[in-house]
Ligand binder design. Structure first.
Ligand code: AMP
Ligand code: MG
Length: 356
């Protein structure tokens, strides 16, 4: 072989090796490549980030699923499952209510919510809708209702009168009873989105669904996700940082949605089913950490209503979740399972809650 031919072959070999190295390097980078999809849904902002070659398509499917779920669960859409259930009470004179066929998603949420209503001794009650509407929380036209009016509306609040028939795929509510799944819908949505991502081969993702955080796996480099927990007294600041993998981190707080009454006092969106007023049992925020978004979301709302002592009792009974509580005096409590994963902000003190 002549010298010139040899150098051409050598140059081609070097170029081919370069291309191969480039391809290997790109493949190595693929699992780390981030894709983000932002959207407005369920009255809030969703930001979904997933990593790796499967992420882009999977996130598109997630966006479609969010729209499907919103169309089923929205209390303000007349043709959603919830809209149809609530319209039924107007037309239906029968005490038992007729059976309305709904999706499996709606049934799953209602069934869980009814069980959690019992577990939390009525702190979570998905039949509060007539009272929430009276306060204007579903429309933004806020007002302080008369006590007499609240007492009258509370006669229609009782989740024990709701029947969910899983095998028939139906729900029945008596006349006057109306549902709102706002306390759990985003958590359930997060669970569904994580299933889609997982099924499509994504191993690392972070969903921020209006402040509800749900994580899939750890970060692409194997380190834990660092989730900032907001200071309820100053939401531009954080109380500390929680390090997690594969967990839902879901917060309910009085600062999330409220209006100032003519009396200058704040009135917030989490109501106590016992009297129909904003729940005022000493907590300003509750963050629940666990495996299921649906359960954590239902719990965060319920524990906020229950107050610290009852929340701790329930945690001791269940131990399938951990929590961070902030009281109106500014005290910060963590259950013992979070002791190692939470780093407190500077100058803050934290008290650990132990299982007896
Ligand atoms: P979250 O932000 O998850 O705590 O949910 C709050 C939403 O749940 C409110 O905007 C209402 O739609 C609804 N809600 C408020 N209080 C209750 C309650 N005690 N039980 C069930 N749902 C509630
Ligand atoms: Mg909730």
């Amino acid at each position: 072989m002549r010298g010139r031919e040899r150098s051409v072959i050598l140059a081609l070999a070097v170029a081919a090796a370069g291309v191969i190295c480039m391809m290997v390097w790109q493949r190595r980078q693929e699992p780390r490549k981030a894709y983000t999809k932002d959207l407005f849904a369920m009255d809030t902002y969703f930001s979904m980030t997933a990593y790796g070659p499967e992420a882009e398509d999977a996130l598109e499917r997630c966006a479609e699923r969010v729209e499907e779920l919103e169309n089923m669960l929205s209390v303000t859409k007349e043709d959603s499952d919830i809209g149809r259930i609530n319209a039924e009470k107007v037309n239906n004179e029968k005490e038992s209510g007729s059976r309305i066929a709904v999706s499996e998603d709606t049934l799953t949420i209602i069934e869980t919510a009814l069980a959690m209503g019992e577990e939390t001794e009525g702190a979570l009650d998905i039949t509060l809708y007539p009272v929430l509407r009276e306060w204007g929380f579903t429309t933004g036209e806020y007002r302080i209702p008369e006590k007499r009016q609240l007492d009258k509306l509370l006669e229609r609040v009782d989740d024990k009168r709701v029947e969910a028939d899983l095998s028939a795929g139906t729900v029945s509510v008596p006349e006057g009873v109306e549902l709102d799944l706002g306390a759990l819908a985003k958590g359930y949505t997060g669970d569904c989105l994580l299933s889609i991502l997982r099924e499509r081969g994504v191993r690392s993702a972070l969903l921020d669904l209006g402040g509800n955080i749900q994580t899939l796996g750890a970060k692409p480099d194997g380190s834990l996700w660092r989730i900032a927990v907001k200071d309820p007294f100053d939401t531009a600041h954080t109380l500390g940082v929680l390090e997690v993998a594969d967990k839902a981190v879901i917060t309910s707080g009085s600062y999330e949605r409220y209006f100032l009454g003519e009396d200058g006092r704040p009135y917030w969106h989490i109501l106590d089913p016992a009297d129909g007023y904003p729940a005022d049992n000493g907590l300003v925020s509750v963050t629940v950490v666990g495996d299921s978004g649906l359960r954590c979301d239902g719990l965060s709302t319920a524990l906020f209503v229950m107050g610290k002592d009852k929340a701790v009792d329930l945690w001791r009974q269940c131990r399938d979740f951990e929590m961070i509580l902030v009281t109106e005096e500014g005290e910060l409590y963590l259950t013992e399972g979070l002791e190692q994963s939470f780093t407190c902000g500077e100058g803050r003190q934290v008290q650990i809650l132990y299982d007896r």
